[in-house]
Design a protein around this ligand. Structure first.
Ligand SMILES: [Zn+2]
Length: 215
């Protein structure tokens, strides 16, 4: 599929409608297809939304939820990941200085001290900022649910969110039920550092059900 065809798909159609017609997405947001992403994601500073074209087969209301969730991250300026990596870089610098010292000056003790401190501080910084990342997910869900309820008159936003989350999981899980990216070192690192702070689908659905569904 060419870039042009990808841009003309359903996700793009819905995105442009939300941005240019109903104005539920900011006028300066830009959409990018990213085959293989198996997800939808945003770059908060650059106001970009990335999506895997496979989601274009989804029902429109679920695509709308995903786009509004990412818009929520942009509107609320969720820069948690950026800050996390900035903090982790300080730790990585200690590791780098430790390596330089052992290689060029052969001072093993000092180098081991710096490397240990670097590993400790980068893990600590990432874990410390994982809680705000969890809050960001809830806040973006709430942003999307609020719009779906007020502007689109959807009575039970949690039902749409529930379906969208299930579909996202299906994308990331192979037929034998194991994660596609299993074994990938970076993925394992990410899971061990972040995943337990990422809210579960049940928590996200319950939060929206409680706050937004019309009983
Ligand atoms: Zn999110």
């Amino acid at each position: 599929m060419s870039q042009n065809e990808l841009l003309q798909n359903r996700v793009a159609e819905i995105f442009y409608e939300l941005r240019d017609e109903t104005k539920l997405i900011g006028y300066d947001r830009v959409l990018f297809p990213k085959p293989g992403l198996k997800n939808i994601a945003s770059h908060v500073f650059e106001k970009k939304i990335f999506y895997d074209p496979v989601i274009s087969t989804w029902p429109a209301d679920e695509i709308i939820f995903c786009l509004l969730h990412e818009e929520g991250h942009i509107v609320k300026g969720h820069d948690g990941r950026f800050l996390t990596f900035l903090l982790a870089i300080i730790g990585i610098m200690f590791i780098a200085v430790g390596i330089i010292i052992v290689l060029f000056f052969s001072v093993l003790n000092l180098s081991l001290l710096l490397i240990s401190w670097g590993i400790f501080s980068s893990i600590f910084c990432i874990r410390l900022s994982s809680k705000p990342l969890e809050m960001d997910e809830f806040a973006s869900d709430e942003y999307a649910a609020e719009i779906m309820k007020q502007k689109m008159k959807i009575l039970k936003p949690s039902a749409i969110i529930s379906n969208a989350l299930r579909r996202l999981h299906e994308l990331n899980v192979t037929s034998d039920g194991s994660k596609n990216q299993q074994g990938n070192f970076l993925h394992l690192l990410k899971v061990s550092l972040f995943e337990d702070y990422y809210p579960t689908d049940q928590q996200r659905i319950a939060n929206i059900q409680y706050q937004f569904d019309t009983q």
